[in-house]
Design a protein around this ligand. Structure first.
Ligand SMILES: N[C@@H](CCC(=O)N[C@@H](CS)C(=O)NCC(=O)O)C(=O)O
Length: 217
């Protein structure tokens, strides 16, 4: 039995999507970001930082989406270049890059949405992180202008790591300057496995708006 610990709209969608791509059935245990349950001893026994995703598989619990993605691709021998192959470094780079970008998105979510009281929010920090996000978006635009997926060999689990970010990215950056990234988003979200994962994932409760402008200071 494989069990994914999940919050709708969170990074656990990466793993749900990859499990669908790999044809692995899983049980979903849904948690909340806001009710304190991720800090419970029960959840912290699965994920010590109290973060989703966590995956119970093969008699153990694995945390960190990048580690889970690597474990699953190695276990199944699919959707990642093998160890020692020339494309392995690129795979590992883009898996980690997705987390670099997700951390900027998380900072923007905190500044625009979660921080209370609203007077504690900082337009200066929002501007800084929006600029940092734009650097990552430009890097992806350049990469994806040359190829339909992150790797030359085609779709891989690195796309599940990164593809999940793109919906959030375009909540903070306009899509027009990034045509290759926009087209990538269309391709990824049209994948049958992504559609199946999204149908199971539950309603994203994070974003109330399509786009978040940085307010005037
Ligand atoms: N590097 C971790 C980050 C996990 C993470 O921050 N998950 C968020 C949801 S997207 C979370 O659980 N946040 C709960 C919190 O910060 O309290 C991973 O990739 O799994």
């Amino acid at each position: 039995m494989i069990r994914l610990h999940h919050v709708p709209g969170s990074r656990s969608l990466r793993v749900l999507w990859l499990l669908e791509e790999l044809g692995l059935a899983c049980d979903l245990r849904v948690w909340s970001l806001t009710d304190g349950s991720l800090r419970s001893p029960e959840f912290r026994a699965l994920s010590p930082a109290g973060r989703v995703p966590a995956l119970e598989i093969d008699g153990q619990a694995i945390f960190e989406s990048g580690a889970i993605v690597q474990y699953l691709t190695e276990r199944e021998g699919r959707l990642a270049p093998g160890q020692g192959t020339s494309e392995r470094a690129a795979f590992l780079e883009w898996v980690s890059f997705a987390e670099t970008q997700a951390n900027i998105l998380q900072a923007l979510n905190i500044q625009h949405i979660f921080l209370r009281p609203e007077s504690a929010r900082s337009p200066a920090l929002m501007r800084l992180d929006t600029r940092r996000l734009a650097v990552t978006a430009r890097a992806l635009e350049e990469r994806l202008a040359e190829r339909p997926s992150l790797l030359d060999s085609g779709f891989s689990a690195a796309d599940c790591m990164l593809g999940f970010n793109i919906d959030a990215l375009f909540r903070f950056l306009p899509a027009d300057p990034y045509p290759a990234l926009s087209a990538y988003r269309q391709r990824m979200t049209a994948r049958p496995a992504y559609r199946r994962a999204l149908a199971r994932a539950g309603e994203d409760s994070i974003y109330a708006r399509d786009f978040y402008e940085v307010p005037d200071a």
